[in-house]
Design a protein around this ligand. Structure first.
Ligand SMILES: Nc1ncnc2c1ncn2[C@@H]1O[C@H](COP(=O)(O)OP(=O)(O)OP(=O)(O)O)[C@@H](O)[C@H]1O
Ligand SMILES: [Mg+2]
Length: 253
């Protein structure tokens, strides 16, 4: 769980606030008048059925599309800013499908992230720090194409961390992973949160991961909020069980 100093900050300082955000693709309302607040230092989870609008929320926060409503980050309105500006201000993300540049080495890949986060202020010592954090010193000159899925996922998170984010947004980081890889990734995400002090937003289908990892959980369906709160309360909410989790979950199966 959180350190006591981070706990002391809770409630007082939202780091990200989405206010009435709506995104339409033609007739389709992918995100529908959604509002939520992420507190500084927390792990905030988002879940919901396929096509609920979860990845689209990330695309709005990171400036990929114009939208209705407003998003505030770290005390300023970031609505309408370009993706590279939003990244430089301190929001980094990973994508649902793991992608690395296969011919680039581990070190080069992280350097690209570092340059993207702060153009003109490349910091090799910080890249070294990330390599140590990833425990990839021995393979720093290996092309990323040689990494296994777990390694690729950690490298993607490392490249995002190399931009020096205040928030790291993960889109289904557990997808395709087995039980031991999931354990490993959960511990890794906790270290990013606690040791590096980075606020985390995580989209995930594995409910057990969300209930163990997050302090606040937002459930959405067809772009709208169904329920938001602490994970124990949210996962026992009848609306959430009915629309998303199903009766098997309610019975403890
Ligand atoms: N660029 C786009 N153009 C048109 N429709 C889109 C676009 N991006 C997403 N959509 C649609 O918006 C809806 C929400 O998609 P989104 O990818 O946000 O869902 P999701 O909750 O991330 O789903 P999943 O769990 O499958 O990843 C879907 O109906 C999707 O087809
Ligand atoms: Mg998605």
């Amino acid at each position: 769980m959180m350190t006591s100093s981070a706990d002391a900050d809770h409630g007082a300082h939202p780091i990200l606030t989405a206010s009435h955000i709506t995104k339409k693709f033609g007739e389709l309302v992918a995100v529908n008048d959604l509002s939520f607040t992420v507190e500084r230092g927390q792990i905030f989870g988002i879940a919901g059925p396929n096509g609920a609008g979860k990845s689209t929320v990330y695309n709005l926060i990171t400036g990929f599309y114009p939208f209705e409503g407003r998003i505030d980050f770290d005390g300023r309105d970031i609505t309408g800013l370009q993706p590279h500006r939003i990244c430089q201000l301190g929001i980094a993300r990973t994508f649902q499908i793991p992608q690395t540049f296969p011919s680039l080495t581990v070190e080069k890949s992280l350097s690209v992230g570092n340059r993207f986060g702060a153009p003109g202020r490349f910091d090799p010592a910080y890249v070294d720090e990330i390599i140590r954090f990833l425990d990839m010193q021995a393979i720093r000159r290996q092309p990323t194409g040689q990494l296994n899925l777990l390694g690729k996922k950690k490298l993607m998170m490392g490249a995002a961390l190399a931009t020096r984010p205040k928030i790291l947004m993960l889109d289904e980081p557990m997808a395709g992973s087995n039980t031991s890889e999931i354990k490993d990734l959960m511990a890794f995400i906790r270290r990013i949160n606690e040791d590096m002090g980075v606020t985390i937003i995580i989209i995930e289908h594995f409910m057990k991961v969300l209930t163990e990892l997050t302090e606040t959980l937002l459930i959405i369906e067809t772009g709208s909020e169904i329920c938001c709160g602490d994970p124990v309360t949210v996962t026992s909410d009848p609306r959430v069980i009915e629309s998303y989790l199903g009766d098997a979950y309610a019975d403890g199966n």
